[in-house]
Write a protein that binds this ligand. Structure first.
Ligand SMILES: Nc1ncnc2c1ncn2[C@@H]1O[C@H](COP(=O)(O)OP(=O)(O)OP(=O)(O)O)[C@@H](O)[C@H]1O
Ligand SMILES: [Mg+2]
Length: 333
């Protein structure tokens, strides 16, 4: 309860649908909290609603119902003017830095733009110093080497660093990174992820990393929320979710991550069937049609996200007993 009260960002039973009807709920009753300085990974297959959730939290999409609270303030229905104040404090970085950067502008103009929008920095001189400091923080150093370049003169990793610098220049309290490395090659990926680690170490900025990649979530997040078809189906401390997943969907996602040791047994558990369309979500548990552990009761009960251990919850009628019987030490952490 304390955690909830002090949360920097708090989503309460959010519902977001596309189109006019209410049947295609891309986000269907999600509650999540983000603490100051915390790194939360949101994972799940394509189409599970991760980006829709992020866009709703940022108020770039309007929820049908539920609330978004930022630093204790209900921002769900805040007007555009007041939203600007919040946007400075909650920034987003998208998947494709080439798309998100304005190619007509030089790097220093791209990073200065948010300062102009938010009327920050007393004069050109001060803004220049802020831009250079932000570039340096992202590893684009010396900043003077990059400031006059255009996006097409940079590598993919450098472009994503520019996008991050354009957020950092505002000193946000929350950075939402939606698949920040999925367009990058392997070495650039590691560099950008290491940068996120550094940023979090050097400030109390909270970071949300949206990713398909469980290994990324395991290594870079404090907490993991697993989404399936618009719902959070499991959440908890990253090491716990990865080492002792309780939801069959999380277990399936984990089983397809190859072990680091090439000789270790590897038995990927491929999920059968397809994700049902949003317009035809079956009654009962929405994962039942693909679940390897399905029971007749699963077809009748739509499971709520319930506590299954300290700071852990899962939406599965089979989950609670599974955790209770697995390991008594679990109660300590
Ligand atoms: N603009 C849109 N109009 C209609 N439906 C949409 C729109 N954007 C997303 N959707 C649908 O909403 C659901 C959730 O999509 P969303 O992009 O949030 O998922 P995601 O988890 O971010 O997927 P990915 O991993 O592919 O980025 C999907 O069924 C998708 O088809
Ligand atoms: Mg997405």
């Amino acid at each position: 309860m304390n955690d909830d009260a002090s949360a920097l960002l708090r989503l309460e039973d959010l519902v977001t649908a596309y189109g006019r009807g209410d049947d295609a709920r891309a986000v269907d009753g999600v509650s999540l909290t983000l603490q100051r300085g915390e790194v939360l990974a949101v994972i799940g297959e394509s189409g599970s609603g991760k980006s829709t959730l992020a866009m709703t939290a940022l108020r770039l999409l309007e929820p049908r119902s539920g609330r978004v609270l930022f630093d204790g303030e209900d921002i769900t229905h805040l007007g555009q003017r007041s939203l600007r104040r919040i946007r400075r404090r909650m920034q987003v970085v998208f998947q494709d830095p080439y798309e998100s950067l304005d190619r007509r502008f030089r790097v220093h103009q791209i990073v200065e733009e948010p300062l102009l929008v938010h009327r920050l920095g007393a004069d050109a001189e001060e803004r220049r110093a802020m831009v250079h400091a932000a570039l340096e923080r992202t590893g684009l150093s010396p900043a003077s080497l990059f400031a006059d370049r255009y996006p097409h003169q940079l590598s993919g990793g450098q472009r994503q660093r520019v996008a991050i610098a354009a957020s950092l220049v505002l000193s946000p309290e929350v950075l939402i990174a939606d698949e920040p490395v999925s367009m990058l090659d392997v070495s650039a990926r590691a560099g950008v992820l290491a940068l996120l680690d550094t940023l979090r170490r050097d400030s109390d900025m909270a970071i949300v990393i949206i990713t398909h990649d469980l290994a990324v979530a395991a290594h870079h997040a404090d907490r993991i929320a697993v989404m399936y078809l618009g719902r959070v189906v499991e959440q908890g401390p990253a090491h716990e979710v990865v080492n002792r997943p309780v939801h069959p969907y999380t277990r399936a996602l984990l089983s397809v991550v190859p072990p680091k040791d090439p000789l270790a047994p590897f038995a990927p558990q491929l999920l059968r069937g397809e994700i049902p369309p949003l317009s035809a979500i079956p009654p009962g548990c929405r994962f039942a049609s693909r679940c390897p552990d399905v029971t007749p009761a699963c077809l009748k009960t739509d499971p709520a996200l319930l506590e299954v251990g300290p700071s852990r919850s899962a939406a599965c009628i089979l989950a609670a007993p599974a955790l209770e019987t697995s390991s008594p030490q679990g109660a300590h952490q």
